[in-house]
Design a binder for this molecule. Structure first.
Ligand code: TXA
Ligand code: MG
Length: 323
């Protein structure tokens, strides 16, 4: 095994921003400041970089990520703007507001970053360094808060380093974050709903919308009520987990050596690589679901590293559901 690579910390200037943009383009992981908290960024179109991002955070589950964009037009390329979304973007962007929108058909964001959902969370941050990085990189950057899973969000480069040293490539240091709490998340995929309170106050949002927000939650650890969480990918087909192979009528999602099977079959990673498997997870499930098979047999995926998150999502996708 090679030694863990170091994490560079660069003071935010034009050269640091150019280096960060190059690093992202090469599939690297870059922590950068926003006005709310530091984010851990990856190229939104690069599934493998996103798989490594989840591994770096040590997340036991794939939570969908926020796509950060440089302009409202870039947000429109990812998500479908309703009237409410138009009003909120005009009033509060750039700023500490994330909008959850129905995904555009041509959306270029990797399935893994959206955890397989048909919605996308987008945000136009106000921090000048975040803005410069997005402009220089030239595309959306997905970024969760730059902390280890289960820790609080970082508001300084030192916090990021304490959590992620040796696990990410670069930290762009622009001092402490002004807002200090995460962005407020509002879903405009249906009736406007507050998914997470944050740096933008609810009454300011309700004034612009001219009415109250429905309140739900995206918090995986403490959902407000069972069944309110709509944030899991669920295929139409049933899932049969820990399969050795597939039966006639099934589709097969393989891992490692591919067994003989004449029906629809895709392999998460023929060489048994969990990063590669995570990258392919949602797109392969979707493709097998689209084959029309009533059931998808899924071969065993080991539980170490990203395997824990992969198995978490497979279990949720296999769970019985209503309707
Ligand atoms: O201020 C912030 O929002 C920071 C900075 C870096 O932008 N980011 C941040 O990301 O807090 P994160 O990953 O720590 O929290 C994002 C939340 C998660 O709870 C996730 O489940 C939710 O957003 N989310 C993302 N996409 C979603 C979607 N399509 N539908 C519902 N919730 C979504
Ligand atoms: Mg977070």
């Amino acid at each position: 095994m090679t030694a863990e690579p170091g994490t560079r910390v660069l003071a935010a200037d034009d050269k640091a921003i150019a280096a960060a943009a190059r690093c992202l383009a090469a599939g690297g992981l870059v922590a950068f400041p926003t006005e709310t908290v530091y984010g851990l960024g990856a190229d939104a179109g690069n599934g493998e970089a996103i798989a490594r991002l989840y591994a770096a955070k040590g997340r036991p589950a794939f939570n969908p990520l926020i796509a950060h964009v440089a302009s409202v037009d870039a947000a429109r390329a990812a998500g479908i703007f309703t009237d409410a979304a138009e009003k909120l973007a005009a009033a509060f962007w750039p700023g500490p507001l994330t909008l959850v929108l129905a995904k555009q058909p041509g959306c270029q964001i990797a399935d893994l970053a959206l955890a397989g959902l048909d919605t996308v969370a987008v945000r136009l941050p106000a921090h000048p360094v975040a803005h410069a990085l997005l402009a220089d990189f030239g595309g959306p950057i997905v970024a969760p808060s730059a902390n280890r899973s289960g820790h609080v969000s970082p508001t300084s480069a030192a916090h990021v380093l304490a959590d992620l040293r040796g696990r990410i490539d670069l930290i762009v240091d622009a001092g402490p974050c002004k807002v200090g709490v995460e962005s407020t998340i509002v879903s405009c995929a249906g009736e406007p709903a507050l998914l997470r309170p944050g740096g933008l106050a609810r009454d300011a949002i309700e004034r612009v919308l001219g009415g109250p927000l429905t309140i739900t939650s995206t918090d995986e650890e403490a959902p407000p009520a069972p069944g309110m969480l709509a944030s899991h990918y669920a295929p139409k087909a049933l899932l049969r987990l820990d399969a050795d192979g597939a039966q006639p009528g099934e589709a097969l999602l393989a891992f490692g050596q591919t067994p003989d099977f004449s029906g629809p079959i895709l392999n998460l990673s023929p060489r048994g690589d969990l990063i590669e498997a995570a990258t392919n997870l949602f797109s392969h499930l979707r493709a097998l679901d689209a084959s029309g098979a009533k059931r998808i047999a899924v071969m065993k995926v080991p539980h170490d590293g990203l395997g824990e998150a992969i198995n978490d999502r497979l279990k949720r996708a296999a769970a019985p559901r209503q309707g």
